[in-house]
Structures are given as C-alpha cells and as structure tokens.
Design a protein around this ligand. Structure first.
Ligand code: NAP
Ligand code: NAG
Length: 362
C-alpha cells in the first residue's frame, strides 16, 4: 500500500515539476526560416532563450532588418558559432530578467536597445548586459529600433577603424542606406565633411538634408569627377566602402594621398583585376576591412560603451536622428526583406514585434 502511495506521489511530483518547468521556460513567437527565398520565412513558436552568464532577457517591442539578414536567409551568412539562428541583429524593449553574474547596471523594466549576434526578430531575446544601451529619453521603441546595428557600425567605421579627424573629407557610399544615413550624421558631428554616392536623387537629397556637402548619383556617371571637383583635385581623406568591385576604379581616383579606405561590404562584388598595389604605393593608401557581428564580445562591449558616451547624448538633443523608411509588423517580414533587396529603402526598415501596453511606453 505505502509502496503504491510512494509511486503515485513520485508521478505527481514529476507532472507538477514538468508543468512548472515548461511554464518557466515558455515559448515565444519568432521568425523561423529555411535557406532560400522570401516564402521560406514564417512566424513560429520557439522556446524563450535560456540566459547565459552576464546575459539579460529583453521583452522585445521592436527590431529591424539589415543586409546581413537577407544574406543569412539565402544561406550566405551563417550566425557565429553558439549564437541564435533566429534572424535579427538588433532589438529594443524592456529588461525582463537578469541572468547569472549580472551587475547592478540594469533593472527590470529599463527601456533598452540591444546589439545582437542574432535572435532579434522575436518576442524575447538574450543580450550581454554590456551590449545594451539606454533608449534616449522621449524616443519610442519603433524609432529606437533603427539605432543599434547601423549606428554602431557607422561609429566603428569612422572612429575605431577610419580614425576620422576634424576637417577630413569622407566619401560615404550607399548614402541612403541605414549605415550611410548614420555615417553622414556622425561625420558632421566629428566636424568632417561627408560626400555621398547613391542611386537616386531622393537618397542624395536626404543625405544633403543630413549634412552631406555633396552627393553624386553613381548611376549617372563617374563619381570621381565630382569628388575631384569638390576637393580641388586633392581627393577624399577617408572612404567608407560597402560596394567594392564595381566602384574600385572610381575609388582609386577619388582617394587623397595618405587616405584611408575602409571596406565593410561587397554589394558590388569582391573581385578586382587591376594594378592595385602600384596605386596603393604611390598614393600611400591604407586599405582596411572590418566586420562587427563576428568580433569578440569584449570589442563589441567597448564599442557600445564608447558610442553610449560619445554619440547617444546627441539623440536627446536632436542633433542625431535615426532615419526610418518603413515600419512593418513582424508577420510581414517577407515584405520587409523584399523592400531592402529591391534597394528601395532610404534609412532603416523596422519591425514592430508587439503592441506597447501602456506600462512600458514612454
Ligand atoms: N562590416 C560591417 O561591420 C557591417 C555592418 C553592418 C552593415 N554592413 C554592410 O553595410 C552595407 C549597408 O547596409 P545597410 O543595412 O545600411 O543597407 P541598406 O539600407 O539595405 O542599403 C543598401 C543600399 O546600397 C545600395 N546598393 C545596393 N547594391 C549596390 C551596388 N551594386 N552598387 C551601388 N550601390 C548599391 C542601394 O542603394 P542605391 O539606391 O543607392 O543603389 C541600397 O539601398 C551592406 O553591404 C551591409 O552588409 C557591414
Ligand atoms: C573605445 O575608446 C577607448 C578610449 O578612447 C579606445 O581605447 C578603444 O579602442 C575604443 N573601442 C572601440 C571599439 O572603439
């Protein structure tokens, strides 16, 4: 008799415990995909992430799209080892839970922006506490979602890698892109002079409204002629290049002696069949490549801290502003990817993940 009771008790305990565990772990809506076209993406139910050391769980209100997501969807850009395979390099929301070994830096309910290696297109995401930034005062979640990835990238290109100085001329390609609209404003903040290239007059006008001193439509001719004219044949001190191959000749013509050329994307291809080294030698050019997602966590934390200190305050004063092209609900992620792949956006494409419920609002 007592044996039967013991067994019943054991079964009861297991049932209760499993129910409790599944409630604790819980599930969330997230973008899932199989390698391929837009139709391969769908919204599914997946487990809420389990927090590792120094990680914080964010209740996500908004996220955004990056070129890396469209590449990842096509199978050309897998997530770094050990990171979430859910799409999304950034998210904003509120602090929901602190993981093991977290400091006192963040409190439950704080409104934060997160730089991620993946996982942002979901209702919850885990982020290292040092890769979080406070959302500028009075800024909504959907606007703040346009900040982390492209602004940190632009800051890195100009300051950490490009070593921009006051008075420098900076040639920024894809001037209407998420990164380009941020880099233009950060150049002005650094007292440098941004020149941009873009494929439409609308994108060039936007860049000029953000402080670009000149803009060239690369579809209408050789931009290096315009660059030479503006710089009185000196050339630009710094090039932020996400195009590569198709702009190579014009970049070589556009860069000044002792100039720095930062390659951070290859939208126009990666192969060059040209006399690169002799040009590099004669003009004393520094060419350098950079990435962000796969960098060590300590580097990203340092970048986030520097940006928080040196750039973030200017969003509150209005000197810097995130540029947003369109906001889609999470369910329309396919349309969001398509818009980006058609090169139609000026600035960021944002995803709204959940309704603001009043409590977490501004
Ligand atoms: N290395 C890093 O750390 C890092 C980090 C973030 C992003 N990125 C890279 O930065 C770039 C911009 O990202 P984003 O998310 O800001 O992009 P985005 O908003 O999607 O804008 C990209 C724009 O580039 C232009 N473009 C596309 N193909 C082109 C070509 N073949 N020649 C000339 N222009 C072309 C298009 O505008 P037009 O109308 O002007 O043609 C397009 O709208 C991407 O290459 C991305 O992979 C690199
Ligand atoms: C952050 O700033 C410090 C101090 O200027 C610098 O040493 C460090 O390299 C910067 N880190 C990044 C990633 O820019």
């Amino acid at each position: 008799m007592s044996k039967i009771l013991k067994i019943l008790n054991l079964i009861f305990c297991i049932v209760i415990r499993t129910a409790h565990l599944s409630q604790m772990a819980g599930t969330m809506r997230a973008v899932q995909f199989q390698t391929g076209g837009l139709e391969k993406m769908k919204i599914g139910e997946v487990p809420i992430p389990v927090l590792r050391k120094k990680e914080i769980l964010i209740k996500v209100y908004a996220s955004a799209i990056n070129r890396a997501d469209t590449l990842q969807r096509k199978g050309a850009y897998p997530p770094p080892a050990g990171e979430s395979d859910i799409l999304g390099l950034e998210a904003v929301g509120t602090v929901d839970k602190l993981g093991p070994d977290c400091s006192q830096k963040w409190n439950i309910g704080d409104r934060v922006m997160a730089l991620l290696a993946g996982g942002g297109n979901a209702e919850f995401v885990a982020c290292r506490e040092e890769c979080l930034m406070p959302i500028p005062k009075k800024m909504s979640f959907t606007i703040a979602a346009a900040i982390p990835e492209v602004w940190l990238t632009a800051y890195q290109l100009l300051h950490t890698v490009g070593g921009v100085k006051a008075g420098d001329t900076v040639l920024i390609h894809a001037g209407g892109s998420g990164v380009g609209t941020a880099a233009t404003q950060l150049s002005v903040l650094a007292k440098a002079k941004p020149l941009v290239t873009a494929g439409s007059i609308e994108k060039i006008d936007m860049a000029k409204s953000l402080g670009a001193v000149a803009g060239f439509n690369y579809k209408e001719g050789d931009f290096s002629l315009g660059v030479k004219q503006y710089t009185k044949d000196v050339g630009v001190n710094l090039i932020l290049d996400c195009i590569g191959e198709s702009f190579y000749n014009q970049n070589i013509e556009s860069i000044a002696n002792d100039g720095t050329w930062v390659v951070y994307g290859l939208l126009g291809g990666g192969k060059i069949n040209a006399d690169l080294l002799s040009k590099l030698l004669r003009k004393r050019i520094t060419i350098t490549g950079t990435t962000l997602r796969v960098r060590p966590i300590e580097y990203k934390e340092s970048l986030v801290q520097n940006f928080t200190q040196n750039a973030l305050p200017y969003f509150e004063s209005g000197r810097l502003k995130p540029i947003i092209d369109k906001i889609f609900p999470l369910e329309q992620i396919g349309n969001a990817h398509q818009l980006m792949e058609e090169n139609k956006n000026t600035g960021k494409i944002v995803l709204k993940i959940r309704e603001e419920d009043g409590r977490d609002e501004l």
